[in-house]
Design a protein around this ligand. Structure first.
Ligand code: GTP
Ligand code: MG
Length: 219
């Protein structure tokens, strides 16, 4: 009996260690991707004298959320299914001032030789029916560890500050009403999303005018 117990304790330890190493791989992928973004930001600032990124935020999905997502999708509880089927264990959100900055950052990342683009969803070109706007990329990068190389997926969401403002309020409301948001609030949220989109377009026009005046002065 006692022997059986000690074996199972060992097994638990091994599983825990395997899971910790698995999650470390995603942490390293986030570190790498953050370094890439910092390099782009610094260099862009130097060349063009403005910063296309307002702020970035990264997060690792918690074990609880991973298990919840596996259950929701009817997937087996295994690391293989997590690695193959869940694309947002590592996530980075980049907030930009202007819509054009979103596509500049996205292009600069997609062009990098060690990045594989797994998916690109443009909810700016075509907003979700509720009004949600953002550019979503699933990028895969190599992570070199002591005994192996792994290709790891990172979800990168790029949006303007206005899109981010809207999405964070909508997210809070969605959870406050446990996903059953009253119709009048859904309507108001859609109107707010349209107003945010209009503001983004106006800011973009002003930005373009200032940038072209700046380049004429420099010429
Ligand atoms: P998953 O399998 O759950 O990843 O679904 P998906 O890949 O079809 O999702 P999608 O790429 O559309 O969205 C992924 C993430 O974008 C979500 O986890 C949210 O962070 C964000 N998102 C998508 N839609 C909305 C929305 O309507 N409101 C808000 N606030 N965030 C959203
Ligand atoms: Mg997704």
């Amino acid at each position: 009996m006692s022997q059986q117990t000690s074996v199972s304790v060992e097994q638990i330890k091994a599983v825990k260690q395997e899971f910790t190493r698995f999650m470390m791989m995603y942490k390293f992928a986030l570190d790498e991707m953050n370094t890439k973004i910092n390099i782009l930001q610094e260099e862009f600032q130097y060349i063009h004298s403005y910063n296309p990124i307002e702020h970035t935020k990264s997060r690792l999905k918690s074990p609880e959320s991973i298990v919840k997502k596996l259950r929701r999708k009817g997937l087996p509880l295994s690391l293989v299914s997590v690695k193959d089927q869940i694309q947002d264990i590592a996530g980075i959100r980049i907030s930009c001032s202007f819509i054009s900055d979103i596509y500049i950052i996205s292009e600069m990342l997609q062009k990098q030789k060690d990045i594989t683009v797994i998916e690109c969803k443009d909810y700016i070109e075509k907003a979700k029916p509720n009004g949600y706007q953002s550019l979503h990329l699933i990028l895969e990068i190599p992570v070199f560890m002591s005994d192996r190389e792994e290709r790891v997926k990172v979800e990168v969401q790029i949006r303007t500050v206005a899109m981010d403002f809207w999405a964070s309020l909508e997210h809070k409301i969605y959870y406050k009403y446990e996903k059953a948001v009253p119709a009048h609030l859904l309507k108001e949220l859609k109107e707010a999303a349209d107003a945010a989109a209009e503001l983004d377009q106006k800011m973009e026009r002003i930005h373009q005018e200032v940038e072209s005046a700046k380049s004429k002065e420099e010429a």
